[in-house]
Design a protein around this ligand. Structure first.
Ligand SMILES: Cc1cc2nc3c(=O)[nH]c(=O)nc-3n(C[C@H](O)[C@H](O)[C@H](O)COP(=O)(O)OP(=O)(O)OC[C@H]3O[C@@H](n4cnc5c(N)ncnc54)[C@H](O)[C@@H]3O)c2cc1C
Length: 317
């Protein structure tokens, strides 16, 4: 007798979406909005908030000819020689319009080069991008019924006193979070950007104060760090729980500064705050030390995410 399987077809949460540049919109000196289109983008999921994706860039000589596909693509990709391995970088979906088969990604045209070392593949690609250019997006599949993963903001905590802070690489994620907050949300948003002209339109609920902090040539974090410290003070004074550090040692950082910094709450803790911080890893590590070690903020109420590292290429996936 033929065996008939009643199991649902297996759909992976993520998959490769071939796409091309439909439009480019220079939002400001540092932000380039790239609108991608592709025949399969009508099945691209939109969990929203800080949903991350991977962009896969073509190799100058080989395009995507050697990019492996299928469930075992990762070990096969790792096994390729450097010159045949397409580079991946992590980005945020700024908007998804499934019916139009479009995905927007805001790419920072960052100031690598000179003292910061050479541009990476993402910045190089973005600086030269033209409509019609091919790319591959590794993104969440709408056909997958469960949680895709890759989103760290917890909407269930949005009724707490919020502090959302980051540098220019976190602006797309913070903007996508803020536009989904309930009208009753309360808190502060702090955004450090390279130039005064990088201040974008960011409508927020009336109880959420948005501050843009242009660096204007000052070092990374020089505006964000003092602003987060001051906001932490204000939010505590505004009725939050005073910092309590049960064991100084437990709250100590003690981490290797070369280690990746990615620390997000795993469950829904008790508490009156919810802090979401992302940006250059050294800056976020400084903020972590202040908030956790010096102020005793409960780590279960804070997401600390190193989005990139000064002087270091992000060469993994
Ligand atoms: C979850 C997540 C979401 C992200 N979302 C976005 C997003 O929506 N938009 C966005 O623009 N970025 C985003 N980033 C950051 C982005 O992945 C990095 O900036 C990435 O390193 C850029 O790749 P690259 O090829 O240009 O540079 P790399 O090859 O990684 O690095 C080359 C050199 O450039 C430097 N560099 C890298 N990024 C910057 C920068 N921003 N400013 C100055 N120097 C830099 C490095 O320190 C290194 O010296 C996100 C990162 C994560 C982890």
């Amino acid at each position: 007798m033929t065996e008939v399987s009643t199991a649902a077809p297996l759909v992976a949460p993520w998959r490769f979406f071939p796409a091309e540049v439909a439009r480019l919109h220079r939002l400001s000196p540092s932000f380039l909005r790239v609108t991608f289109t592709g025949a399969e983008l009508d099945t691209f999921a939109d969990p929203g908030y800080d949903q991350r994706i991977k962009l896969v860039f073509p190799l100058p000589e080989h395009g995507f000819r050697h990019l492996p596909d299928g469930p075992d693509w990762y070990p096969r990709w790792r096994a390729l020689p450097d010159e045949l391995r397409n580079p991946f970088r992590t980005y945020t979906t700024r908007a998804v319009r499934r019916e139009a088969r479009e995905v927007d990604v805001d790419i920072v045209l960052h100031e690598a080069g000179g003292a910061f070392g050479p541009h990476g593949p993402a910045a190089r690609w973005a600086l030269a991008a033209r409509p019609g250019d091919q790319i591959v997006i590794v993104g969440p599949d709408h056909a997958y019924p469960g949680d895709h993963g890759g989103r760290e903001f917890q909407p269930a905590l949005a009724d707490r006193l919020l502090l959302l802070a980051g540098d220019e690489t976190a602006v797309p994620a913070i903007a996508a979070i803020v536009e989904r907050l309930p009208e009753t949300a309360r808190g502060e948003v702090l955004l450090e950007v390279p130039h005064p002209e990088d201040v974008l339109d960011l409508p927020a609920p009336p109880g959420v104060a948005v501050s843009w902090l242009p660096r204007s040539g000052a070092p990374h974090g020089s505006r964000l760090v003092p602003a987060v410290r001051a906001a932490a003070e204000r939010l505590t004074l505004a009725g939050g729980t005073p910092p309590i550090c049960p064991t100084g040692a437990a709250a100590d950082d003690g981490a290797d500064p070369d280690e990746e910094l990615w620390e997000v709450p795993v469950g829904l803790s008790n508490g009156r705050h919810y802090v979401w911080l992302a940006g250059e890893a050294g800056v976020i590590r400084t903020l972590r030390r202040h908030l956790v070690r010096e102020r005793g903020l409960d780590r279960e109420s804070v997401a600390f995410m190193g989005y990139w590292r000064l002087g270091r290429a992000d060469d993994g996936v």
